[in-house]
Each structure stands twice: as C-alpha cells, then as structure tokens.
Design a protein around this ligand. Structure first.
Ligand SMILES: [Cu+2]
Length: 157
C-alpha cells in the first residue's frame, strides 16, 4: 500500500474522503494518479491524465507539480466555476512547489460512478481558462448533462 498524507477537507458530493464517508465502498486497491500540472502539456497548465475512468472503491490521488495549482469541483456547464448549489471539493492553495512534486497529496475514494468535473482555480495566469480542467467518470453514454447528477448529491446508497 502506498503511504501518502491525506489532506483533509470537507467533501460531501461525488467523491468523499474515506474517513468522512459513513458507508464508503470497499477499497479496490486501485489508485489513479493525476498530476495537477504537467512537464510536457500546455505549458504546465494541464491535469494528467485529464480523463480518468475509475471504479467505485478506487482511490484518486492528485499530485501537484510546479506553480500553485488547486483542485476544485465544478460542473460540465460551468467548468471554471465552483459548484453553485452546494459544497464541493476545494483543495485550497496549499501545494505550491518550485520544482518536482509538492509533498502533500489530495486523495479521495470514489463512492459512485457519477461524473466528477474539476478545474484549477489559479487566476494568476488563468489556468482553467487556458485548459486546466478534467473529469473522473465522464458520462460517455448519455448526454453531458450527466455531470449535473454530481451536483448536490446527498447520499448514494
Ligand atoms: Cu493550475
């Protein structure tokens, strides 16, 4: 098992910290590593990979590369804005690093298969507007409105 610090913050919608979830799914042991930032793409303003398909019980790990990036939950309709109607994931600006990877990692357990849209809220350089956004479990089958289902989810049974 990979040892990593858990960065704690409230996450009550699609993806929640395992410690905050009363009925979290059994862990699968699968970790999906996403970097906020890139050494190769879009002058660093990129999540890699940008599109992840994860199973319930998988872990999502955000690792932070240079500049000062964040992870903020958004929606398909407003990809560069936080959720308008409820608490969403916000990592805070706690991961600035001049080189390499920031030591702290944001980790979530996937609790359902609804789309989780997110972006970087760094306004110095307009990271999201320049393409720094991503999704976990995009709704490939139905309309993109599936992203709306991720909003305000209070319980998934
Ligand atoms: Cu950024």
């Amino acid at each position: 098992m990979v040892a990593f610090p858990t960065f704690a913050f409230a996450a009550t919608t699609l993806l929640s910290l395992t410690t905050a979830a009363p009925n979290f799914a059994p862990p699968t042991g699968v970790n999906h590593r996403i970097t906020a930032g890139s050494t190769t793409e879009n002058n660093g303003l990129h999540f890699e990979p940008q599109n992840v398909v994860a199973a319930i019980g998988d872990l999502i790990e955000f690792h932070f590369l240079p500049k000062n990036h964040t992870v903020v939950q958004s929606s398909f309709d407003a990809p560069c804005e936080p959720l308008a109607d409820g608490p969403g994931v916000f990592s805070g600006f706690n991961f600035a690093t001049p080189r390499g990877e920031a030591p702290d990692v944001v980790t979530f357990a996937v609790e359902n298969d609804r789309p989780f849209w997110y972006y970087c809220s760094q306004t110095s350089g307009d990271h999201c507007q320049k393409g720094m956004s991503g999704v976990v479990n995009q709704d490939f089958g139905g309309g993109e409105g599936g992203g709306q289902d991720a909003r305000g989810v209070q319980g998934e049974g």
